[in-house]
Design a binder for this molecule. Structure first.
Ligand code: CAA
Length: 256
């Protein structure tokens, strides 16, 4: 199904694949593109048949960040009233796991979009960076916060204050990406298919629990995890999963 030209949306079984498609602007995240992306992701998030989502760009560009041409004329007042910040929060609120498939440049908002995803699969020529400082601004879609949590303060500080880009291999060493693959797109979809085969409620609970690690102190996080674990124990799928293990067969999860 093609939702719009700027975001190509398709399904591969239980995996939803959204491809950013503004090659003439290096997939810069215009308001139109962001609105379409959120629309597609929220539709899939509400669809029980979609168990995992892949967000991909092209071979040479994941996304070159916010649209600088649109930003140039934006006043302070317009920036304050800009609805795009809400779109970022809506993407982050997606309960279905999201995997970024990144080849080429993931810069500024593009890097922040990858960071909102739960996992990142990169090609050998992927490059990540927060170059906002070179434009006289700072990241505005969670980059300073998510990057710091993923790679640590010193490294995040260097990238945010210098705008330096890091290669896929460096990002892998930093724990920023899950894997670097020649067949990056196929590898991302394959990883999504594995998640999609797992028990759907447990997958969502697992995502919520891991996300809580960024939001809470350890004792509160462990207590929260325990509640989510107890919820998982109340599902029919966990009875099926345990029965299948004991009976030495594949489980058939139903999302109940
Ligand atoms: N916004 C708008 N247009 C962009 C763009 C962006 N972020 N990135 C590239 N383009 C446009 C260029 O202006 C150019 O358009 P024209 O053909 O009309 O001149 C076209 O895409 C091709 O760009 P280049 O000639 O620069 O392509 P390249 O292959 O030589 O370089 C690149 C690619 C390294 C990605 C380079 O384009 C670049 O550095 N882009 C800007 C990256 C950036 O600074 N991103 C941060 C944006 S601010 C932000 O994201 C804020 C936030 O936190 C939300």
């Amino acid at each position: 199904m093609t939702v719009s030209e700027v975001v190509l949306a398709e399904r591969d079984g239980a995996v939803g694949i959204a491809r950013l498609n503004r090659p003439e602007a290096r997939n810069a995240l215009s308001a139109d593109l962001m609105e379409r992306l959120v629309e597609v992701i929220e539709d899939w998030d509400a669809d029980d048949d979609v168990r995992c989502i892949v967000i991909a760009g092209g071979d040479d560009y994941f996304a070159a960040g916010a649209d600088i041409k649109a930003m140039r004329e934006r006043s302070f007042q317009e920036t304050m009233a800009n609805p795009t910040s809400v779109l970022w929060s809506r993407l982050a609120a997606c309960r279905t796991p999201m995997i970024a498939a990144v080849s080429g440049f993931a810069l500024g908002g593009g890097c922040e979009l990858a960071l909102i995803c739960d996992m990142i699969v990169a090609s050998e020529k992927a490059e990540f960076g927060q170059p906002e400082i070179t434009l006289g601004i700072i990241p505005g879609a969670g980059g300073t916060q998510r990057l710091t949590r993923v790679i640590g303060k010193q490294r995040a500080m260097e990238l945010v204050l210098t705008g330096r880009r890091v290669s896929a291999q460096e990002a892998l060493a930093m724990g920023f990406v899950n894997r670097v693959e020649k067949q990056w797109f196929e590898a991302a979809v394959e990883l999504a298919q594995v998640v999609a085969r797992r028990a759907p409620i447990a997958v969502r609970l697992g995502k919520q629990a891991v996300q809580a690690a960024d939001e809470t102190a350890l004792a509160a996080g462990i207590a929260y995890e325990r509640r989510l674990y107890e919820l998982a124990m109340a599902t029919e799928d966990r009875l099926e999963g345990m029965a299948a293990f004991i009976e030495k067969r594949r489980p058939e999860f139903r999302g109940r």
